[in-house]
Design a protein around this ligand. Structure first.
Ligand SMILES: [Zn+2]
Ligand SMILES: [Zn+2]
Length: 278
């Protein structure tokens, strides 16, 4: 599997000078499976716009594209109306919300409302692509690729205003865990450690320093310290920290990365455009 970050920013996009190294677009990750030439997308923050442009430029075709969602806060859906393949009438797109206890009445409605006429000139039904809304109330689901390799996807609900879900994706002996928009509270959530157990790569958010987190209790996010703790407790190979605070500039994030690496060598702070193979 190969992962590419198209959006690493939390909360809101930023475009200021001094923020370009880590990037200003909000959460979006492309997961590519080279042996089957297929991709899956995690979250549709503003980064999905560039991802869609890349797919169009490559002339990329896939019978059905899957976009899986951690949750539906603005910074994770804001790019969706600008995702070019959604305007291709021959494209099928599956919108996936996997996990138990999701408090979603109607998954389609989330996107219909986002694109209703007061907010956006094109309504969901007129985009062009055929959408399938899959709300799967199970902890795990299995997906079989054309070459019969099975991908097991496990979703775990964690603490965040309105709830958010971490994903564990296991394929061909490799494990990727994507866990963002999580507030651990006074101690590390043991279910998150279990989800991340032995992962080749853990993508975990850290929006705040330990001091900032003291002032931002209840906002739904983690500190660098907590991301490192999860990586250590779960025994992961590599850690990529994402969902950077919109007030943290490149200089600040580089310093944080250095401090994190002093404690956990195989750690990076995710940059827009960064690719990691596992
Ligand atoms: Zn977020
Ligand atoms: Zn959120």
């Amino acid at each position: 599997m190969k992962l590419k970050f198209y959006g690493t920013r939390g909360s809101t996009p930023v475009c200021d000078a001094g923020f370009q190294e880590f990037g200003g677009n909000t959460t979006c990750v492309r997961l590519a499976v080279p042996d089957t030439q297929t991709i899956a997308i995690l979250d549709a923050g503003t980064g999905i716009r560039n991802l869609g442009k890349d797919l169009v430029a490559m002339g990329y075709r896939q019978e059905q594209m899957v976009i899986a969602f951690s949750h539906f806060h603005w910074d994770h859906i804001q790019g969706f109306p600008f995702f070019a393949p959604a305007y291709d009438a021959s494209q099928h797109i599956a919108i996936l919300a996997l996990g138990q206890g999701r408090a979603i009445g109607n998954l389609r409605e989330i996107f219909e409302v986002q694109m209703q006429a007061q907010y956006f000139p094109v309504q969901l039904d007129h985009m062009g692509a055929t959408f399938e809304f899959q709300q799967i109330e199970k902890a795990s689901e299995y997906f079989t690729s054309p070459n019969n390799i099975i991908t097991k996807v496990t979703a775990n609900r964690h603490n965040h205003p309105g709830g958010s879900y971490g994903y564990r994706i296991e394929r061909d002996g490799k494990v990727l865990v994507f866990c963002t928009d999580i507030e651990h509270g006074d101690s590390i959530d043991p279910n998150v450690v279990e989800l991340a157990r032995g992962a080749d790569l853990l993508v975990h958010e850290a929006q705040y320093t330990t001091e900032e987190l003291q002032r931002k209790k209840g906002w739904g996010h983690s500190s660098y310290e907590q991301a490192l703790q999860v990586a250590e407790m779960a025994g992961v190979q590599r850690l990529a920290i994402t969902h950077h605070d919109p007030d943290h500039d490149d200089v600040f994030l580089r310093r944080m990365e250095q401090l994190c690496q002093e404690r956990f060598q195989q750690c990076v702070l995710a940059r827009e455009g960064m690719e990691i193979e596992l």
